[in-house]
Design a protein around this ligand. Structure first.
Ligand code: FES
Length: 606
């Protein structure tokens, strides 16, 4: 007998689908084009497909779910989609961590809240055409039209004035002007939408957003590798390159700006606008990226006491560094906090709304450098730790960045090793979240000791001592025709990274005088932070073992902050206030830092 159809609504993406009653929920999501993490293939052992029912009738909870879900999840009503059947019309909520990487990218916030304190104001002006009876200059008539709208004394730079006569005549003496304070930064056809460019300049990657300045909508986004990587993969090696080459700083600046211009071209083409409509840019990055972009000296950043050349917010015409926006457009860079806590961290704190949180909050953005803030009782401490590029897949033998075919999740069930790859492509390497999971699963299976040595018995474990390796995917199942494995030295790379991060956390806790359990809210930002599995990060001891509901993975908050800084002068003021308030903690100055670091290297969590 045919089962009646029921309607399933999947939140927060608002996808609806009709399926026969009794259909498995994981299958329902797939049919609706929503990919949930299902590393164990629906066996109910990986916990990847967690969802929370909001309303409607589902099959009763199974014993497998009772065993797999934590007490907190059970109490909050979570279910495993693979163990659940839909019996009536239902609405379910999918937490961000249950989406696969590509799907998670799609659900990342698209809107930036605009407020009534915009940086750029669009103004329409219509002027009388020049004639033998009206011989005022073009500029005079436009300025007078602005004055008539209560906008007297507008300033037009030479580069903006150059385009004015042509634009006036081409548009029947009717224009849209982009006003920045008292300065006109762009002259455009009437009604032209105005856009801004926000870029998060990471040591490894660039993330660029094109934002409609009126609606706050992100019209397009694009990513690229930071081209400076060819001159050194981390901040220190780039500074060394600059120190050793007379034209080094110029070379790094030129390559970066070329890439930014290419990204801008891609974004403009996608939205169907001209560069002339991009009237403001906000660029954020760590202090070295900031200095290399602006052309500030970096030598002093690379040697103790690691001093920034400038830490105030900056703004200057985009053309000064060759960024090809509207002729009069400006670049704004928020303040940085210290030599190694840059504008990207300020931007992250703004994006995650952590300017003055009521709760004791720890926020970090994991990258080649990991910046950490701890905010406790109105005091704000920040530090930066050199966590290295292992989580970007670098220094890992089979490592790769998060791209199709990268193993992003690993789960052991008994002797079976399940992996999940991005876009479900045949495996060709392991990205950061996959490596983290693999180390955590090895630890849980008792195959990895606290010092990082692999030992024990498992069909996938080969070799002994320093030569021990664990095979994640056999050669026959990979796209590269060879085994994909984790070696002892890969594990050591992860150990160094996690040790640096945990040591940074411990030093800030000590500075604030609170234990780890005093952290009421633990915010994990950044691309890697979005995809990592929290349980894995806790299992290996990278994060303290806190109640899970205190953790939140907030995506690229630095990018969100940069977009907010693009549309709001108020956010720029908050950035200034934040920079005044933060106390920078230099880890190298801590007398016991090495002791804390060595302790933090151990795998496991108390
Ligand atoms: S797919 Fe549901 S628990 Fe693994």
């Amino acid at each position: 007998m045919n089962q009646p159809s029921v309607e399933v609504i999947l939140q927060p993406i608002g996808r609806r689908i009709e399926v026969p009653a009794g259909t498995n929920l994981l299958e329902t999501a797939r049919l609706a084009g929503v990919d949930l993490i299902a590393i164990c293939g629906g066996e109910g052992s990986c916990g990847g497909c967690r969802i929370r029912p909001v309303e409607g009738q589902l099959s009763p909870r199974t014993l497998t779910e009772q065993a797999e879900l934590s007490n907190a999840d059970l109490a909050a009503g979570y279910r495993l989609a693979c163990q659940t059947e839909v019996l009536g019309n239902v609405r379910v909520d999918i937490p961000p961590e249950s989406f696969t990487t590509p799907q998670r990218l799609q659900v990342e916030g698209q809107e930036t809240e605009t407020d009534n304190d915009p940086v750029i104001l669009p103004v329409e002006v219509e002027v009388f055409p020049a004639s033998m009876q009206d011989l005022r200059s073009d500029l005079t008539r436009v300025k007078e039209a602005l004055a008539a709208q209560n906008l007297p004394g507008a300033f037009f730079s030479r580069r903006v004035t150059l385009g004015l006569p042509g634009k006036l005549r081409a548009n029947d003496w009717h224009l849209r002007l982009a006003l920045r304070g008292n300065e006109v930064v762009a002259v455009l056809p009437p009604g032209s939408p105005l856009y801004g460019l926000a870029v998060d300049i990471g040591t490894t990657k660039l993330a660029a957003y094109l934002v409609n300045l009126i609606s706050g909508e992100t019209a397009a986004k694009a990513g690229a590798m930071n081209p400076q990587i060819a001159y050194g993969e981390d901040v220190i090696s780039r500074i060394t390159y600059v120190n050793e080459h007379a034209e080094g700083a110029q070379t790094l600046q030129t390559h970066l700006i070329e890439s930014l211009n290419q990204l801008l071209e891609t974004l403009c083409a996608e939205v169907g606008i001209t560069r002339g409509q991009v009237v403001e840019a906000v660029l954020v990055g760590n202090t070295a990226m900031h200095h290399l972009l602006v052309g500030l000296p970096v030598k002093q950043l690379g040697e103790s006491p690691y001093i920034a050349a400038a830490s105030d917010a900056m703004q200057f015409p985009a053309e000064e560094i060759g960024l090809e926006l509207a002729p009069g457009a400006y670049i704004y860079l928020p303040p940085n906090l210290a030599g190694y806590v840059g504008t990207d961290h300020v931007s992250m704190l703004l994006g995650a709304e952590l300017v003055a949180p009521a709760q004791t909050t720890l926020a970090l953005d994991i990258g080649t450098n990991t910046e950490i803030s701890l905010i406790h009782q109105g005091k704000h401490f920040s530090c930066s730790c050199a966590s290295g590029p292992a989580f970007e897949g670098a220094h890992i033998k089979d490592g790769m960045r998060a791209a199709p075919g990268a193993i992003e999740r690993v789960h052991f069930s008994g002797e079976k090793v399940h992996v999940q790859t991005i876009n479900a492509q045949p495996a060709c390497g392991i990205c950061g979240s996959g490596i983290l999971d693999a180390v955590s699963e090895l630890r849980k299976a008792g195959l990895l000791d606290a010092r990082g040595a692999l030992a024990g018995t498992h069909p996938h474990l080969t070799g002994t001592g320093r030569r021990a390796e664990f095979i994640l995917v056999p050669a026959a199942e990979t796209a590269v025709g060879r085994e994909l494995k984790i070696s002892r030295s890969d594990i050591n790379e992860i150990q160094l990274a996690k040790g640096a991060i945990r040591a940074g956390i411990e030093v800030l806790l000590e500075r604030a005088g609170i234990p780890a359990t005093g952290i009421q809210s633990f915010i994990v930002a950044g691309a890697f932070g979005t995809y990592l599995d929290l349980e894995s990060a806790i299992t290996i001891g990278m994060f303290p073992n806190l109640p899970r509901e205190r953790f939140a993975q907030v995506g690229n908050a630095a990018g969100s902050g940069a977009r907010a800084l693009l549309v709001s002068a108020h956010q720029r003021q908050l950035a200034d206030e934040l920079s005044q308030r933060v106390e920078y903690v230099e880890l190298a100055n801590h007398p016991d830092f090495m002791k804390i670091y060595v302790r933090a290297l151990a795998f496991g969590n108390s």
